[in-house]
Design a protein around this ligand. Structure first.
Ligand SMILES: *Cc1c(COP(=O)(O)O)cnc(C)c1O
Length: 242
């Protein structure tokens, strides 16, 4: 029997997911939690809709993340999204807020007061509340988006008074590290920071999501308290940018 290349890709997606779920369970237990306490997001940027639909309908994926507004909007009508949670995880320009707000359940990449306000204003117009995460540039890297910790502290009160967003937690992408264990110090700092803010009493904050960990470092992120891992290439294979 011959299998086509594309069949092989379907098989590898389901095998990859099995391994990732085992790893997640193990790391969750190691960190004193239950496997179901850590949520798995399939990151679908550059991935063809047929593979995304396979992961959704055949492999139990119920949370997807896309980076780009335009890419998500062009794919969404072909995706089997009923009952599926959709998050925007890439940098968002304020002029695109209007386009994406009606279609996603959460925006994980809020990195300025200006953007938070634009989202809140748009949500107000639609008569709803939008869930967001605040993205922290934990390595203080020039090249990265995300609040640096000082700017974050300054904006905290302003953000907490925006009427139509609900801040559910924090997201981060640590600096590129040579080894996953090097990333651990960033995850640990992030985790402390998350807990500190969670303790605070901010009007529209309802902290229960710490989104950190990607293909190369999700086990370490979970050990340090992540409860949402965003995984792309380890599920779908290496990305091909057109
Ligand atoms: C692409 C991306 C991911 C997934 O990266 P992988 O290394 O392929 O798992 C996670 N989070 C964000 C914000 C991304 O842009």
């Amino acid at each position: 029997m011959t299998t086509s290349l594309c069949d092989d890709r379907f098989i590898s997606i389901s095998e990859n997911l099995k391994k990732i779920r085992d790893d997640i369970s193990e790391a969750a237990i190691k960190s004193g939690r239950k496997p179901e306490d850590v949520k798995l997001m399939a990151v679908t940027k550059t991935v063809d809709v047929k593979y995304i639909n396979y992961a959704i309908t055949q492999c139990g994926i119920d949370l997807i993340g896309e980076n780009k507004v335009q890419e998500f909007l062009s794919k969404k009508d072909d995706l089997k999204l009923e009952g599926i949670e959709k998050h925007l995880i890439g940098h968002l320009q304020t002029n695109k807020v209007k386009k994406i707000v009606p279609f996603v359940d959460m925006i994980q990449s809020v990195d300025s007061f200006k953007l938070a306000k634009a989202i809140s204003d748009e949500a107000s117009k639609l008569g709803k509340t939008i869930n967001v995460l605040l993205e922290i540039n934990i390595g203080d890297e020039e090249s990265k988006t995300g609040f640096d910790k000082a700017a974050f502290t300054e904006s905290l009160y302003e953000i907490s008074e925006l009427p139509s967003i609900k801040v559910k937690g924090l997201m981060t992408i640590p600096p590129v590290c040579d080894t996953p264990s090097e990333a651990e110090k960033y995850f640990s700092v992030m985790s402390d920071f998350y807990n500190e803010i969670k303790e605070g009493n901010y009007p529209n904050f309802d902290f229960n999501i710490l989104s950190m960990g990607m293909s190369g470092d999700y086990k370490e992120a979970i050990i340090h308290g992540s409860n949402l891992v965003r995984i792309g290439s380890s599920i779908f294979g290496a990305r091909i940018y057109k």
